[in-house]
Design a protein around this ligand. Structure first.
Ligand code: SF4
Ligand code: SF4
Length: 287
């Protein structure tokens, strides 16, 4: 089972829900198999602030980018204009590569008749694999500073999960915020996407964008309201009017904010623990 926790914008409590949900599920007697919390917010992973464990594995991750070999180039110009991402330019008598724009599509490399654009491995980030307890694991991927393409590292993280875990293991994915390519890659094979929002006009606006994205992707999704009690009831009315499952409301509490600021779990508070339990039971029903 793979559950993606996403949101239309950052700061709504997506990571908070992911970390607390994974920790809570791992403690349930009726859950067999492993629970894996996966931080795919690779540009700014912060689940690790709330969950500590022993490092089992660390892998440097690479993507493939072309390298121009000037000695082999016959200046035929066949590569000029082939790149859809403006990552390659034929200027004067040289070919310039802009690795940060490259999507590793291999088009230029395959097209070159002289093998003057071989693909080479270029470091993009690191994946870390932790054991938190016997049945709770944590996977965190982090892009290197200056690397702009998040999607390749998210793909590598999916591959890692497939190689390390069974179908029966529960994966809770902390997705990147927003509605762009990294989110789409992070949620692509999720059985259910949980959209976290706040009960405010801004929260509703971003929720609508996220809902449109999930519908476009034909993904099954549900909504959780975080910081319930602030703002208004427009999010609830929107969900009701549109037949969207609202599977939980995490209350706004000063104690929760204090625990958060110390990097501690909110399931230490009974009221929030009960709500996380309700969210989990609803997920199981919907999945
Ligand atoms: S591999 Fe693809 S994306 Fe990268 S420079 Fe070549 S054509 Fe452009
Ligand atoms: S296709 Fe190859 S040989 Fe032709 S200009 Fe480009 S790099 Fe040079």
């Amino acid at each position: 089972m793979k559950i993606a926790i996403a949101s239309g914008k950052g700061g709504t409590g997506k990571t908070t829900l992911a970390v607390n949900l994974a920790s809570y599920i791992a403690g349930l007697e009726d859950v067999t198999g492993k629970v894996v919390l996966v931080d795919m917010d690779v540009e700014e992973p912060n689940s690790g602030l709330f969950i500590k464990g022993d490092l089992m594995k660390s892998e440097i991750k690479y993507r493939m980018v072309p390298e121009w070999i000037g000695d082999k180039c016959t200046f035929c110009k066949k590569c000029a204009g082939v790149c859809n991402f403006n990552a390659l330019a034929y200027i004067g008598v040289s070919v310039l590569i802009f690795p940060e724009l490259c999507h590793s599509c291999y088009a230029c490399s395959e097209l070159c008749p002289e093998d003057a654009l071989p693909m080479k491995a270029d470091r993009m980030g690191e994946l870390r694999h932790y054991s938190i307890s016997d049945n709770l694991h944590f996977v965190e991927s982090r892009l290197d500073i200056g690397i702009e393409q998040a999607v390749p590292l998210i793909k590598e993280t999916h591959d890692f999960l497939k190689s390390e875990y069974d179908e029966s293991d529960i994966k809770i994915v902390d997705s990147p915020p927003g509605t762009s390519c990294p989110v789409i890659e992070a949620v692509k094979d999720a059985d259910l996407v949980v959209l976290v929002t706040e009960p405010t006009p801004f929260g509703l606006n971003d929720l609508k964008l996220a809902v449109d994205t999930m519908k476009e992707l034909d993904k099954r999704f549900a909504v959780v309201i975080n910081r319930s009690g602030i703002g208004n009831d427009e999010v609830e009315r929107y969900c009701f009017d549109n037949g969207i499952s609202l599977i939980g409301k995490i209350p706004q509490m000063q104690l929760a904010a204090e625990l958060y600021s110390k990097g501690q779990l909110m399931i230490e508070i009974d009221e929030i623990k009960r709500e996380i339990d309700k969210i989990w039971r609803n997920i199981v029903e919907l999945k």
